[in-house]
Design a protein around this ligand. Structure first.
Ligand code: CMX
Length: 437
């Protein structure tokens, strides 16, 4: 008797050539407004999402509310004594489209401070998980556990749902969650990697500074946290984390349910986990060479080994971008302008990969974009400052990404966006559209 797996394997083996043929030979055949290759290939390029919070141009990169990354950093109120802006002021910008005054920024700073404490039951949930669970699992579990705090959900359950004003409850949930994500990440970090010894919040610090303080980092790292959270915040609506958050919220799920789902998407190796993969790849490569700086030929060979074994080069390529990601450039400049980091061997290697990998990917001929994305550069900065637990890097991404996702779903509620429900078709229908007998 065949097992379920045997039967399924036969079916899959028989089905695969049909899908491959549809994409290869009939990819451009239209199915209404989209093509077969778009229907099979992850909805690439289909314009069916709306957001005014950020826009990603394939050649220019991201603009937040119409501003490039350097313009954004220049425009926002700065933390005293720092070259970097308050994350809280950036949140105001994403939500409203206006650059806030210092007074408006400090209003958010104080609001988040007042909401930052983690409920004890969230700590209990984190502590109940096996200590070797991935930090993204802990982060996601912590967020979803907090759902009982949702003002939106409790008002909905009490029959107080009002389509015109429900965005106010979403905003309250979003502010509450934003205030707690830094402390949640810091708790996970200290519990997992720093002997379970925790650091109390400093009442004088802004969100980015507080995170640095609570993970036990230096003053210098405070700017790293601010920069990192802002750079990772938003990349328009179609990426997996933003789209998942939007999709789940479209069922009138609250901010906690929606963003924990987004976090689960961010934890995939083709998305946010790529920053962890980049560091693993570079560290393994350096270890193989016994720590010595590789020659260009050695690096090329290692990149080809990765490609030939069927894996992707992490940190390279993008679904939309067709040039070097300006978030990569911004972090690269931070490295080049930071004495010590500029000469750091791992940064030298990351620089060398930037010089070699695009040529290898072009020769390989598959990736539409051979240039680096945000993840190619972020880990080296963390490593330099002593955050060497690279499985934690996606949590850092997730704290920042919340800014964009939560601003978006607040606006989704305000504009009453509909529940998402694209239409699916069968493979036989595609074959019929392609004229395959
Ligand atoms: N290394 C090797 N092959 C790559 C590649 C890379 N870095 N980038 C793309 N390709 C391959 C794809 O796997 C695909 O191969 P198949 O035809 O065999 O399936 C082919 O090139 C065409 O892909 P594409 O259209 O250029 O890219 P997609 O839009 O399908 O995927 C992305 C985009 C980011 C998933 C892909 O470039 C990738 O896997 N990059 C490495 C992982 C990574 O850095 N992810 C982080 C992205 C940023 C983020 O979200 O955080």
């Amino acid at each position: 008797m065949s097992t379920l797996k045997d039967v399924l394997k036969k079916k899959i083996d028989a089905h695969r050539p049909r899908t491959t043929r549809l994409v290869k030979e009939f990819g451009d055949v239209k199915l209404g407004d989209v093509t077969i290759s778009q229907a099979i290939g992850g909805a690439r390029g289909i314009k069916c999402l709306v957001t005014d919070i950020s826009y990603l141009d394939p050649m220019e990169g991201i603009r937040f509310r119409g501003m490039t990354i350097p313009e954004t950093f220049a425009a926002l109120p700065k933390v005293p004594g720092s070259d970097y802006p308050y994350v809280e002021g950036f949140w105001w910008l994403l939500l409203t489209g206006d650059v806030p005054t210092m007074e408006q920024t400090l209003e958010v700073v104080e609001d988040w401070k007042s909401k930052a404490a983690l409920p004890q039951y969230v700590i209990d949930v984190l502590r109940a998980l096996p200590r070797d669970s991935h930090p993204m699992v802990m982060f996601s579990a912590g967020i979803v556990a907090m759902q009982r705090e949702s003002v939106f959900a409790s008002n909905y359950a009490a029959g107080k749902f009002n389509k015109m004003t429900c965005w106010e409850d979403m905003l309250e949930d979003a502010n509450n969650l934003m205030a707690k994500l830094g402390p949640l990440g810091a708790y996970i970090y200290r519990m997992k990697y720093k002997g379970d010894v925790h650091i109390a919040a400093d009442p004088n610090l802004d969100m980015g500074g507080q995170f640095a303080h609570m993970i036990g980092q230096s003053d210098e790292y405070k700017d790293v946290a601010r920069m990192y959270f802002i750079l990772h915040s938003d990349h328009e609506s179609g990426n997996v984390s933003a789209h998942t958050t939007h999709l789940v919220a479209s069922a009138l799920s609250d901010a906690y349910l929606s963003y924990s789902a987004g976090i689960n998407g961010l934890a995939g190796p083709l998305h946010g986990l790529a920053n962890e993969e980049v560091l693993r790849w570079t560290q393994n490569f350096m270890a193989k060479l016994g720590g010595k700086v590789p020659t260009e030929e050695e690096l090329k060979a290692a990149l080809w080994d990765t490609l030939n074994s069927g894996q992707v080069i992490p940190g390279y390529g993008h679904a939309v971008l067709r040039k070097t990601d300006p978030r990569y450039t911004s972090q690269r400049e931070f490295c080049l302008n930071t004495p010590g980091l500029a000469e750091y061997p791992l940064f030298q290697l990351v620089k060398m990969i930037f010089e070699v990998a695009p040529g290898v990917l072009l020769e390989h001929g598959k990736a539409k974009n051979p240039w680096p994305n945000v993840d190619a550069q972020s880990g080296v900065i963390q490593w330099y400052y002593g955050v060497t637990q690279y499985e934690f890097y996606t949590v850092l991404f997730g704290i920042g990404r919340a800014l964009g996702c939560l601003a978006n779903i607040t606006w989704d509620r305000a504009l009453g966006y509909a529940i998402e429900r694209p239409k699916s078709v069968t493979t036989a229908m595609l074959e019929a559209a392609a004229g395959i007998k």
